[in-house]
Design a protein. Structure first.
Length: 217
């Protein structure tokens, strides 16, 4: 009689998901060093799934390997501009698709969600997390999964831009204002205006990080 294989949880994936969520939430400072031993002890697992999860984060360009451990990648102004150019080809189009596919009722609900996040978090550091929730809701209606995967890839790569800039009241205010205009366009069902609003937000993200980089050079 054949013995059934007992399937166990994929620890590598669990560790990967845990670290990625915490990284994109801004839990770790930019100079943080990720090490197998300390992470394994913290998460209560062996070093193998931690090592494999860190390798996946390197693959996704969220981390890079250092002399001892792993760290965040360092992007120069040219790389930020290039990544933004790619995002400008992807995200505004995705927003247009979302507006075109949603019913009037669902557009109103999405606009209300954005305005609610602005009202609760628009003047605080918590706007960083609120901004992520807005983006998740914004792209959720898009049926082109490959497009969404491409957007997620570049968003993960430059997550630190959001963490470093949206905590600054100057840039947070511009982000909140741009998001409010986006909400208006969505509710009105104006796909072109929503597309343009998203492009403006991406331009602000690029400019804010370039300014932050210059100030912290």
């Amino acid at each position: 009689m054949r013995k059934a294989i007992v399937r166990v949880a994929d620890l590598r994936q669990q560790v990967y998901d845990n670290l990625k969520e915490r990284i994109t939430r801004g839990e770790f400072p930019m100079d943080h060093k990720f090490q197998e031993i300390s992470l394994a002890e913290e998460l209560g697992v062996s070093r193998t799934p931690v090592r494999e999860a860190l390798a996946l984060l390197v693959r996704d360009r969220i981390l890079v390997q250092a002399v001892r451990g792993f760290r965040f990648p360092e992007f120069g102004p040219e790389e930020i501009v290039e990544i933004t150019e790619i995002r400008l080809r992807l995200e505004p189009y995705a927003v247009r698709l979302a507006v075109e596919v949603l019913s009037a009722e669902k557009r109103t609900a999405l606009a209300g969600l954005i305005r609610g996040e602005i009202a609760r978090h628009g003047e605080a550091d918590t706007w960083v997390a609120a901004h992520r929730r807005v983006r998740a809701a914004l792209f959720a209606p898009v049926r082109n999964k490959r497009l969404i995967e491409a957007i997620a890839h570049y968003e993960d790569t430059i997550h630190f831009m959001r963490v470093n800039t949206l905590q600054d009241a100057r840039w947070r205010g511009l982000s909140v204002g741009g998001s409010a205009k986006l909400a208006d366009a969505i509710e009105a069902g104006d796909a072109g205006a929503a597309e343009a609003a998203q492009a403006t937000l991406l331009g602000l993200a690029r400019d804010s990080f370039l300014a932050w980089s210059a100030e912290n050079a």
